[in-house]
Design a protein around this ligand. Structure first.
Ligand code: DP6
Length: 334
């Protein structure tokens, strides 16, 4: 009888930053220029499975076939980055041998939602499971806590280090940690303004923005805004929180547009949605927190008591043919 294949599994969620990690103080290890704050998107998951393969002479990646998950396609560059990071994990955890890594997301991979945070966090956790069984340094591996694993995952992709914590994650120079704030559960809508692969990756964006004249003072602005946002969230001042998030993502997108060479992600659909949300805030005095990453999609976060407003916006966007991905806490028929 053939030996059963050993498989080590883990999953990790994505996260959306309200104060952005944009700019690095050390690019090799993805050390951030400023602290960032994110909300963990528990419903947007990457699942990773690692299996030992005696027949291989190198590590390989393949898409994972799971019910309710989407077929994942990685570019040659994306696949290399993932495998290279797995090699780094094997060296860090003292693991020998060659493995097949398989992964899948439960959200469409071609819709422009950054999946690097969830992918690199899930790969770190799956490699850790593997190491607990096969590492040559088991005691060292067993002594690692979540904050250590977060620091390790940061080396794959900076934003991954926040995905190990929930509901909020604060990433300061020493590392990321969980943060409890009054809004522990939020409804989430992401407006899919484009399904095109972006021409400038966030890795490239980090490198280009120091060329912008607006980069002067950026670190101080981000740190000040972080303090202000934490204080407004803690005092449940939702409107001020919206204003800080709004100015933060515009600050980042202004850096993109004033870099040399300039680049940008917003399209007419993104602007239409932003203008609609601003009008909603102006007419109703209330609305969602809004943010955008290095892409054209618009993320909207609603308080639990704003469910009907979230569903109303969802229906209005759908009527205009705009694609939406919603958290399972929202139901269009409600
Ligand atoms: C705009 O974590 O993707 O989403 O560390 O180079 O892999 P690397 O960059 P990445 O950058 C994310 C940038 C952002 C803002 C954020 O998530 O804070």
């Amino acid at each position: 009888m053939s030996k059963p294949v050993e498989v080590w599994k883990a999953s990790a969620p994505s996260n959306i930053a309200l104060i952005k990690y944009m700019g690095k103080s050390q690019s090799e290890n993805n050390r951030p220029a400023n602290a960032s704050l994110s909300y963990t998107l528990d419903h947007l998951l990457t699942e990773v499975e690692i299996s030992r393969r005696e027949d291989l002479d190198q590590d390989v990646w393949a898409p994972l076939d799971l019910p309710d998950f989407y077929e994942l396609r990685l570019s040659a560059e994306g696949e290399k980055k993932f495998i290279d990071f797995f090699r780094f994990l094997k060296a860090t955890f003292s693991v020998d041998g060659f493995y097949e890594i398989r992964s899948a997301n439960n959200f469409p991979s071609d819709c422009g939602i950054a999946s690097s945070a969830s992918s690199f966090a899930a790969l770190t956790l799956a490699a850790y499971q593997l190491a607990l069984d096969v590492s040559a340094q088991k005691e060292t591996v067993e002594s690692l806590g979540l904050e250590d694993l977060s620091k390790i995952s940061r080396k794959g992709s900076g934003s991954a280090c926040r995905s190990l914590f929930r509901p909020w994650a604060l990433w300061e120079s020493e590392g990321a940690r969980s943060l409890e704030l009054p809004y522990g559960h939020l409804h989430h809508l992401v407006v899919l303004a484009s399904d095109q692969v972006k021409s400038v990756s966030s890795r490239e964006a980090h490198q280009r923005i120091p060329s912008s004249l607006l980069f002067n003072g950026r670190i101080e602005r981000a740190e000040l805004r972080l303090k202000s946002l934490l204080s407004s969230l803690n005092s449940q001042d939702w409107k001020s929180s919206f204003e800080f998030c709004w100015s933060e993502f515009w600050d980042m997108h202004a850096l993109f547009e004033t870099s040399s060479p300039a680049f940008g992600y917003m399209n007419s659909e993104s602007l239409k949605v932003l203008s609609k949300i601003r009008s909603s805030w102006q007419s109703e005095g209330d609305g969602p927190l809004v943010t955008m990453d290095a892409g054209p999609n618009v993320h909207l976060l609603y308080r639990m008591d704003q469910k009907s407003l979230a569903v109303k916006h969802w229906n209005e966007f759908a009527l205009e043919g705009i694609k939406i991905l919603a958290s399972p806490s929202l139901d269009r028929d409600s």
